[in-house]
Design a protein around this ligand. Structure first.
Ligand code: ADP
Ligand code: ZN
Length: 626
C-alpha cells in the first residue's frame, strides 16, 4: 500500500524548493496525487495551464525515472536544459542525438541517475528501447500531446496508436496522457487507443483570459501587420502564420527589411535550417517567426506576445491552437487576424482538390464554415470559441474586439437580395468579381461576351462600391446563404437558405466594413485591468521601474547567452516582473518570488539582487508577495 499522503507532502515541498512555486494550480495537485497513488490519468488543460508539472513532480517524488513520450524532438534538448537549471537530471532519446550521447543517457538511465527521460514515440517503440526500459525502474509514463493519437486531428502520428503496448508491457506503472486540444470525441479516442479506460479524467476549462482576440478585414495584409507590430509590439516576441510557403518567405523578408528580427519557417526548408530557426526563436528576444502551420506544436516559449494570422486558418481548432501559443506565461497577449474572401476560396480549393474521402471533406467543410462564422460574428468572439469547445455558459468577455468596440451594423436586406439575384440571373456560373461588375453596371469584356448588360440586375447596385459589395458577398458566404463551388473555381452558388431572404420573409443585418483591427483596446504588456488570475502583480510601470525592468532583462540575456540557452530558462518574464514590483533585498525575499527555486537562487540570485540594489534609491520597500 502506497502512503500517498507522505508522497504528496514531499511533492509540495519540491514544488516550492525545486520549482519555486508557492502553490499548485488547478488541477495539478489532484493529478499529482493520482499518479503518486499509482493510478492513470488523462489531463486536458489549456496551453500554458501547467501540464508539465503534472508529470515532472511525481517523477521526482516516486522512485525511478519518469518516461515522457513526446513527438517534439526539436524541443527535447531545451526541455532538458530547462530542467537542469532547476537541478533536475533529465535526458532524451531521439534520432537527432549523437551516438555517444545516447550511450551516456542509457547508462545514466540504467544506473538510476535520471529523474526524467524524454523519448520520441518511434524510438520508444523500438525493441531495443523497450528492452532497455524493462531493465529500468520506471516512475511513470507521460504521453504528451496525446491528441496525436487521433486520426481525425491534423497532428496524427501513427506511432501513437501503438503506445497502448505500454499498458501490457509495464503493468503497475502509472500512465498519464496530456493534451491541450481535445473535444469530447478526441478525448474518448485517447482513452480508447491508449488503453486508459480506468484513468481519472481532469478537464480544465478552455478559456485563455489573457489573450485578446481581434479579427479584421484584409486589405493590404502586410502593411496592416506592420502597423500592428509597430504600434503594439515593437520589441516583442511573436509568431505570424501564413498559409503558403511563398507568403511566409515574402513576409519574413518584408519584416526584416523593416528592421525586425524575423525568420521564415515552413516544411520546404531543410530539417537543419528549420531546427536552426527554431533554436533562434527560442533563444532570441525580440524575434518574430513567420511560419506555416508546420511550426507550432509544443512551442514552449512562454513570452510570445502576439500571434498574427495573415490567412484564415481552416478550422476553429486550428485557430485556437495557433493563437494559444501566445501568452503561455499568463501575461496579456494578442491574437490578431485579417482575412478576406480570397482566403475562403483558397481553402475550399485546397480541400476539394485533396484526395481525402468524402466523409472527411464534409467534416472539413463544416469546420471551415464554423471558422467563417467566428470571423463574421457581431457578438463576443470568446463566447463563440468557448461554446465551440463545449462551454456555452461564459458571459461576454470584455477582452475581444467585438466586446471592446461594438460592431456597427446596417440593414443589408436589400443589398443581399440584389446580390443573390445577380448570382441567380447570371446562371450561378461566375465568381465574385464578375457578379460585382454586373451589379455596378461595368461593361467589361466578360460582361459583354455573356450579354450580361441585358440582365435585369445589371447596374442595380451603384449605391455601394466594389469593396462594399465584396464585403456583402463575403458575409453572405460566411452565413451560408451562398457557397463557393466544389471545384475551386470560385463560382458562387445559391444555397436553399437564401429563399426566405429573396422572398422578403427574412431580413439580414450586415456588419459595416471595412473593419480593420484597430489599435483601440490594444493590450499593454503591463497594463492593469487584465483578467489573469496567476499574476496579480502586473500593472503599468513607472519610469524608474521601467529602467529596472530593462536592466534585469539585460542581465538575463547575458546569462542566457553565456550558456546558449533561451532567456526564459533563466527566469520567466513573470518572475522578473515580480522582482521589479517587490524589489527583494535578501535571499529569503528573493526566494519567495514565483519561479525562484533553490537551485535557481544559487545560480543567479546574487546577480539579480545586485541589479535591484543598484536601483534602490530610497530605503527598502519590500512588500511580501504572499
Ligand atoms: P503547458 O504545458 O500546459 O502549456 P507549462 O507546463 O509549460 O504549460 O506551464 C506553463 C507555465 O506555467 C510555465 O511557465 C510554468 O513554469 C508555469 N507554472 C506551472 N505550474 C505553476 C504553478 N503551480 N505556479 C506558478 N507557475 C506555474
Ligand atoms: Zn468578448
Amino acid at each position: 500500500m502506497i502512503d500517498t499522503t507522505a508522497l504528496l507532502h514531499s511533492a509540495r515541498q519540491s514544488l516550492a524548493e525545486v520549482f519555486g512555486f508557492s502553490q499548485f494550480r488547478q488541477p495539478q495537485e489532484e493529478v499529482v496525487g493520482t499518479l503518486l497513488s499509482g493510478q492513470d490519468a488523462l489531463v486536458v488543460m489549456p496551453t500554458g495551464g501547467g501540464k508539465s508539472l503534472c508529470y515532472q513532480l511525481p517523477s521526482l517524488v516516486r522512485s525511478g525515472t519518469g518516461i515522457v513520450v513526446s513527438p517534439l524532438i526539436a524541443l527535447m534538448q531545451d526541455q532538458v536544459s530547462a530542467l537542469s537549471q532547476l537541478g533536475i537530471n533529465a535526458g532524451c532519446l531521439n534520432s537527432s542525438i549523437p551516438f555517444e550521447q545516447l550511450q551516456e543517457t542509457e547508462h545514466l538511465l540504467l544506473t538510476g541517475q535520471l529523474d526524467l527521460l524524454y523519448v520520441a514515440p518511434e524510438r520508444l517503440l523500438q525493441p531495443r528501447t523497450l528492452n532497455l526500459l524493462q531493465r529500468t525502474e520506471i516512475a511513470l509514463f507521460a504521453i504528451d500531446e496525446a491528441h496525436c493519437v487521433s486520426q481525425w486531428g491534423h497532428d496524427f502520428r501513427p506511432e501513437y496508436m501503438q503506445l497502448d503496448q505500454l499498458a501490457t508491457l509495464f503493468p503497475g506503472v502509472p500512465r498519464v496522457a496530456l493534451t491541450a486540444t481535445a473535444d469530447a470525441r478526441t478525448r474518448d479516442e485517447i482513452v480508447h487507443r491508449l488503453a486508459l479506460t480506468d484513468a481519472k479524467r481532469f478537464v480544465q476549462g478552455f478559456d485563455r483570459p489573457n489573450i485578446r482576440y481581434r479579427i479584421g478585414q484584409k486589405e493590404k495584409a502586410r502593411e496592416q501587420l506592420l502597423r500592428f507590430i509597430r504600434t503594439e509590439h515593437e520589441q516583442d516576441v511573436g509568431v505570424v502564420y501564413c498559409l503558403s510557403r511563398k507568403r511566409v518567405e515574402e513576409t519574413a523578408a518584408y519584416l526584416c527589411d523593416k528592421g525586425f528580427n524575423a525568420l521564415p519557417y515552413h516544411a520546404g526548408l531543410s530539417a537543419e535550417l528549420r531546427q536552426h530557426h527554431q533554436h533562434r526563436f527560442l533563444t532570441e528576444d525580440p524575434i518574430i517567426m513567420v511560419a506555416t502551420i508546420a511550426f507550432g506544436m509544443g512551442i514552449d516559449k512562454p513570452n510570445v506576445r502576439f500571434v498574427a494570422h495573415l490567412d484564415l486558418p481552416r478550422s476553429i481548432e486550428a485557430y485556437y491552437q495557433e493563437t494559444g501559443r501566445a501568452g503561455r506565461d499568463g501575461l496579456p497577449a494578442d491574437a490578431w487576424m485579417v482575412y478576406g474572401l480570397q482566403d475562403v476560396l483558397f481553402l475550399r480549393q485546397m480541400l476539394e482538390s485533396s484526395q481525402a474521402e468524402d466523409r472527411y471533406k464534409q467534416v472539413e467543410r463544416q469546420k471551415l464554415e464554423a471558422m467563417l462564422g467566428l470571423c463574421e460574428i457581431t457578438s463576443c468572439r470568446r463566447q463563440v470559441l468557448l461554446s465551440y469547445f463545449g462551454e456555452p455558459e461564459h458571459p461576454p468577455c470584455g477582452n475581444c474586439d467585438t466586446c471592446l468596440e461594438p460592431v456597427p451594423v446596417w440593414d443589408g436586406t436589400e443589398a443581399a437580395r440584389k446580390a443573390l439575384s445577380a448570382v441567380y440571373r447570371s446562371g450561378q456560373r461566375f465568381g465574385v468579381n464578375h457578379v460585382v461588375d454586373i451589379l455596378l453596371g461595368q461593361q467589361t469584356d466578360k460582361v459583354l461576351q455573356n450579354q450580361h448588360q441585358k440582365l435585369s440586375t445589371f447596374g442595380i447596385g451603384k449605391e455601394l462600391d466594389k469593396n462594399q459589395w465584396r464585403s456583402v458577398f463575403r458575409q453572405l458566404v460566411a452565413r451560408g446563404y451562398l457557397r463557393v463551388d466544389a471545384d475551386g473555381h470560385g463560382v458562387l452558388l445559391l444555397n436553399d437558405t437564401c429563399r426566405a431572404l429573396l422572398r422578403g420573409d427574412e431580413t439580414i443585418q450586415l456588419r459595416k466594413d471595412p473593419r480593420v483591427p484597430s489599435g483601440k483596446g490594444k493590450t499593454d504588456f503591463r497594463s492593469a485591468g487584465r483578467r489573469d488570475r496567476t499574476n496579480p502583480a502586473m500593472r503599468r510601470l513607472d519610469p524608474a521601474e521601467e529602467r529596472l525592468w530593462e536592466d534585469l532583462r539585460a542581465l538575463r540575456k547575458r546569462l542566457a547567452q553565456e550558456q546558449d540557452v533561451p532567456p526564459y530558462i533563466i527566469f520567466h518574464d513573470a518572475t522578473l516582473m515580480e522582482m521589479v514590483i517587490y524589489r527583494p533585498q535578501t535571499e529569503q525575499q528573493m526566494r519567495s518570488l514565483s519561479g525562484v527555486g533553490e537551485r535557481k537562487f544559487d545560480l543567479y540570485g546574487d546577480a539579480f539582487l545586485d541589479v535591484i540594489e543598484e536601483h534602490q534609491t530610497a530605503p527598502g520597500q519590500w512588500v511580501s508577495p504572499v
